[in-house]
Structures are given as C-alpha cells and as structure tokens.
Ligand binder design. Structure first.
Ligand code: PTJ
Length: 254
C-alpha cells in the first residue's frame, strides 16, 4: 500500500484517491468508477476543494427535505461504498432512511461486497439484492432501472450521490424528490435533480448528517420554508460563478 506523507500539499486529495483504489481492490468499485472519480477530482480542483456557499445552501435544503420526507431512500453505488460507508449508515439512522444498493455497471458479486461493507458499518438492512423484490423504473434502459419495491420504488425522496443523468430523469418522472451530490454543476444529473449539492461527497455527507440532526427539532413550517426558499437552477448558476471567481483569482496570482 502506498504511504502518503502528511506533509504532501495534496494529502487530502491523495487520501481520497487511495480510498477509491482500495475500494477497487476490495471489489466494491467498478473500473469505470475510477474514471468517474478522476472527473470529479478535476471539478473539485476548480471548486477550490472546499464546501462552497452555494453547496452550504443546497445542504440546508437537502437536510430539511430529508427530515420532511415520509419515506427517504439512500441509493449507494460502488464509489460511495468505497468513499463514505460509515457516513451513509449514520445519515440513514438520523433520518430513518432505507439504504439500497443500485449499480450502473450491474454485477451481483460487487453488490454483495457493497452490502457486506455497509453491514460492517452498522447497517441493519440493505435493499437491492433480492430478485423477488425487484421492480422496473419506466423510461430507462440501464441496469439502474431495477429497483426494490420496498426501497426506491416506494420512496418519496431519493438521495442519489454520483448518479447518471438517465436515472435522475426517470426518478423525477416517477415523481420522486431527487437530491444528488455531484462535483460537476454542468452534469445532466446536477441539472435535473431537485437539489444538487455541488461538493465532494466525502466532505458534504458529514455536513448533511449534522444538519439533519440539527433540523430534526425544527417544526414542519420552518423546514418547509427552507425548502421553498431554495432554487436549484439559481444555486447552480451561483456555483458556476464561484468556479469562475476561483479561476479569476488564480489569473491574478499568475
Ligand atoms: O458503481 P456503479 O456501477 O453504480 O458506477 C458508479 C459510477 C460513478 C461509475 C457511475 O454512476 C458513473 O459512470 O457515473 P458518471 O456518469 O461518470 O457520473 C459521476 C459524477 O459524479 C460525475 O459528474 C463526477 O464529476 C461526479 N463525482 C465523481 N466523484 C465524486 C463526484 N461527485 C461528488 N463527490 C465525488 N467524490
């Protein structure tokens, strides 16, 4: 295993990369997941590798929506299982959400490894592996159309970190409220979801869990107000402007 010295200027980023590689070696991450991570890293670089103001806003709207939801589900893929399995279980416990494994690159063995990882982190139940419970989402051809009848199929809200655009659209058509973590503000998923948190899931997921805990004591009217005041399109524009001003700052330094 590569030892990354703490003094390395890109220590955090290299540590996250290492988690992905370990997750790949452990059979959790698809090969394509490593490529997807590289794309994410590039956008994170442009974002300044911090949770921006617009991401904070989206996190607040996401937390309020999750508390208000009657039947929330967290969808987990290979990358998420490698990067933040403990945090996923923690969040699910706070908001009483179900957890479902749902893969783009379908593979039963990988699914089982992801379930085992989540259970090791304390998940009591992980949906998405029982063929008798499977249902099809309309309007999508990828493996992600297969969902659990008690999970995503029945959910009113689905948190889909690192999602592909087709399923985001299909889930929206199925009248689910969609929250995503995506480092690319221009992706189809970011543009289609109701709430797009443009942040590294590794940074944002803890913040989301903490906000959910904090908001669990707020009354319904207060929570609804937070949700109503959030405009995803406007927030994505603000995010793109944040990237632009980061780049401008770099130009001045050069
Ligand atoms: O495990 P599977 O089979 O379900 O496959 C998972 C991947 C991620 C490979 C699959 O869903 C995929 O191909 O995704 P895309 O379409 O490449 O989209 C991934 C999005 O996530 C891109 O917009 C990336 O910028 C973004 N992304 C990558 N790493 C992170 C991220 N967003 C937030 N946090 C990250 N760490």
């Amino acid at each position: 295993m590569t030892v990354i010295p703490k003094s390395h200027p890109r220590y955090q980023s290299l540590l996250i990369r290492e988690k992905l590689v370990k997750g790949f070696d452990a059979g959790l991450v698809a090969k394509e997941g490593l490529l997807a991570h590289g794309r994410g890293e590039a956008f994170d670089y442009l974002l300044g590798e911090t949770t921006s103001k617009s991401a904070q806003k989206a996190l607040k709207a996401a937390a309020a929506s999750m508390i208000l939801s009657k039947n929330p589900v967290i969808s987990v893929n290979g990358n998420v299982a490698a990067l933040c399995p403990k945090e996923i279980v923690k969040l699910a416990n706070i908001v009483q959400a179900k957890i479902e494994v749902n893969l783009f690159y379908a593979n039963q063995k990988r699914k089982q490894s992801i379930v085992a990882t989540l259970k090791k982190c304390g998940a009591k139940q992980v949906l998405g592996t029982d063929p008798k419970s499977s249902r099809r989402l309309a309007g999508i051809d990828s493996a992600r159309r297969i969902v659990d009848k008690d999970g995503i199929f029945a959910a009113d809200l689905v948190l889909v970190p690192l999602e592909d655009g087709d399923r985001t659209m299909a889930l929206r058509k199925a009248k689910k409220k969609i929250i995503t973590f995506d480092l690319n503000p221009l992706s189809r998923t970011a543009q289609t979801a109701h709430i797009s948190i443009i942040d590294n899931v590794v940074r944002g997921i803890n913040e989301l869990a903490q906000l959910c805990k904090k908001y669990s004591t707020k009354n319904e009217a207060e929570l609804k107000k937070i949700v109503k005041n959030f405009d995803n399109k406007k927030n994505l524009e603000a995010n793109i402007l944040e990237i632009k001003s980061n780049l401008n700052r770099r130009l001045r330094i050069a």
